[in-house]
Write a protein that binds this ligand. Structure first.
Ligand SMILES: NC(=O)c1ccc[n+]([C@@H]2O[C@H](COP(=O)([O-])OP(=O)(O)OC[C@H]3O[C@@H](n4cnc5c(N)ncnc54)[C@H](OP(=O)(O)O)[C@@H]3O)[C@@H](O)[C@H]2O)c1
Length: 388
């Protein structure tokens, strides 16, 4: 039996992880499930999988979780420090799927404990790259990429010939506004931006996909995970999302990983690694698909991608500030307080205001993150509300 903990079990990645665990009850024992606020789902999951511990991040929901798990024998805890404690407890495999920089303390705690950490929480690696990679090396932890693109690169690099890698390509669906004009994007409402053509995901990453900031964060994530320079990471729009990533080798060979766009495939890969797990994911039928399309991303309509690349190249504080400003701007857009195109504009202004400083300790990262958020809140308040 492999012991597993799922951080962010009530989210999109979390629930898909639990689908896989539920189908293999004889192979996995669930230690802890951690959710943010959705007590009803968390309790249902904990009962269904016989978790030892259930943790809700919002401490005001402690009593509700106790009540929902009454008579189950499942231990209950709440609050941010209980989340970190759960991540620190022994487990063979941890899914780090809390959304945003809020997941950093728990993701870092899981890494420090050692063992295998399946990383969905890309924002933690973007804002605290140096800190996390040092912790991985110190604890001898194994980071297994969950993002389908990074998981694809990880698989295509599996022959171990890392010195022969020339570059990599991350594919992008192009999101819901791939064909939209700038005028249409300026008027876009959250409902339209949330309507992703391929993937069903949490709200924040869906908006990031619409602005292509998601690909920008993935660019930074890839540089950190695979030790590559910005110039060696290309982004290619591929609307069918069947090829998830490609590794280009020095001899001209290109190894790609393909699969139906279903997050259960990369999640299962990290769960079973270095073995494989059977899934019910739809099998790829290339004849039915007919053709695969590719195009370069449009830098004019999707400036977020350029902003992320510039932040990666600037290094230091820039990726952390970029991520914090983006989280604030996306939340404001989802609340109807900001226009769609204002998201990248806010990020640009805040990153420029902060310049480049160090972000090489956890304290420095948390301080930067808080200051960048405050600056982004002020910048959002200074913009006109989008017209009705
Ligand atoms: N969805 C995808 O297909 C996908 C693909 C690749 C990578 N990712 C990455 O995976 C991560 C999760 O994405 P998602 O789409 O699954 O997001 P999501 O559906 O919004 O789920 C986020 C999860 O984090 C929990 N949470 C939020 N704040 C928390 C806090 N302060 N402490 C503890 N838990 C907290 C939420 O709990 P409640 O809902 O109970 O409040 C929920 O379980 C993100 O970093 C995203 O970029 C997602």
């Amino acid at each position: 039996m492999k012991t597993v903990t799922v951080l962010g079990s009530t989210g999109s990645v979390g629930t898909q992880t639990l689908d896989l665990l539920a189908a293999q009850r004889d192979r996995f024992a669930v230690q802890a499930l951690v959710g943010g606020r959705n007590v009803a789902l968390l309790a249902q999951q904990a009962r269904a999988l016989g978790a030892r511990l259930a943790v809700v991040a919002d401490p005001t929901l402690h009593a509700a979780l106790v009540e929902a798990l009454a008579g189950s024998g499942i231990e209950v805890a709440s609050g941010p420090s209980a989340v970190v404690d759960a991540a620190s407890e022994a487990a063979d495999w941890t899914m780090a799927a809390i959304g945003g920089a809020a997941g950093l303390p728990a993701t870092l705690a899981a890494i420090k404990r050692g063992g295998a950490v399946a990383l969905a929480n890309k924002e933690a690696l973007v804002c605290a790259g140096d800190v996390m990679l040092r912790a991985v090396a110190d604890a001898g932890a194994t980071l297994l990429p969950v993002d389908s693109e990074h998981n694809a690169i990880f698989q295509a690099m599996a022959d171990g010939n890392r010195d022969a890698v020339e570059s990599i390509t991350l594919t992008a669906s192009g999101g819901p506004f791939r064909r939209a004009t700038l005028e249409e994007m300026a008027r876009a409402r959250p409902e339209a931006a949330l309507r992703h053509p391929i993937w069903s995901m949490g709200a924040k990453i869906s908006i990031d996909s619409a602005t292509m900031m998601n690909k920008g964060l993935e660019l930074i994530e890839a540089a950190r995970l695979f030790g590559l320079a910005s110039a060696d990471i290309a982004v290619l729009v591929h609307p069918q999302s069947v090829i998830h990533g490609m590794v280009h080798y020095r001899d001209g060979s290109v190894l790609a990983q393909l699969g139906s766009p279903d997050m259960r495939v990369p999640i299962a890969h990290t769960l079973a690694w270095p073995q494989r797990l059977a899934t019910t994911a739809k099998r790829l039928d290339l004849a039915a698909l007919g053709r695969l399309e590719f195009e370069a991303p449009d830098p004019v309509r999707f400036p977020a991608l350029r902003l992320a690349r510039e932040a990666l190249e600037a290094g230091g504080a820039a990726p952390c500030v970029l991520n914090a400003a983006n989280e604030v701007a996306v939340a404001a857009f989802l609340d109807g307080r900001l226009g769609f195109l204002d998201i990248a504009a806010i990020v640009s202004d805040v990153v420029e205001a902060f310049g480049v400083g160090p972000a090489d300790t956890l304290a420095a990262v948390l301080d930067l993150d808080a200051r960048a958020r405050a600056a982004a809140v002020r910048a959002c308040a200074g913009r006109d509300r989008p017209a009705a």
